[in-house]
Design a protein around this ligand. Sequence first.
Ligand SMILES: [Fe+2]
Ligand SMILES: [Fe+2]
Length: 184
Amino acid sequence: MVFHVVMAGDEQEFTDALIRILQDAHAGELAAAYAYRGHARSLRQPDEKSEVLRIEEAEWHHRNMVAMLLDVLGARPRRRRELLMGSIGRFFGTLCFVGGWFGPMYAAGRLEATNVGQYESARDIADKLGWDAAVARLEEMTIEEDRHEKWFGDRCRGHWMLPFAVRMFGWQPPPAAYSATRPE
Ligand SMILES: [Fe+2]
Ligand SMILES: [Fe+2]
């Protein structure tokens, strides 16, 4: 692959940083997909269940895209990280059956916020490398993760446990996509 925007030394540094983020994202998508599979099964409302299953599908798709980008960079997923994150995902997927409704929704929103940041960073590095095809893919994934974050955020907003969770874990649902108040 030919990168033409940065100097040779920087190029290696940026490429290494990009590989690291993509490897983390690849394993993170596995954890998210397994966790959402369990989460969907634990939900009773059909519309919530189907949306979480749709989000699970999106995470598998992201994982394939990230694998493809790693392949172009001549890199592979880190095996230990994959095993660790796979176990974490399955564990949280199971926990959804005993953890109540709010906990998994909040944890998912927080996880999605992390994913948004991860793909933004990857996109910025790909941009510095002048790798336009990757920038476009990473931008798509950032937008989709942002949509996931908003969906989980919308579920959590107004819940009585939210103020405690924000104080403990820091993540706040993003502003609502629309306002319920209408102009006079
Ligand atoms: Fe994803
Ligand atoms: Fe997501």
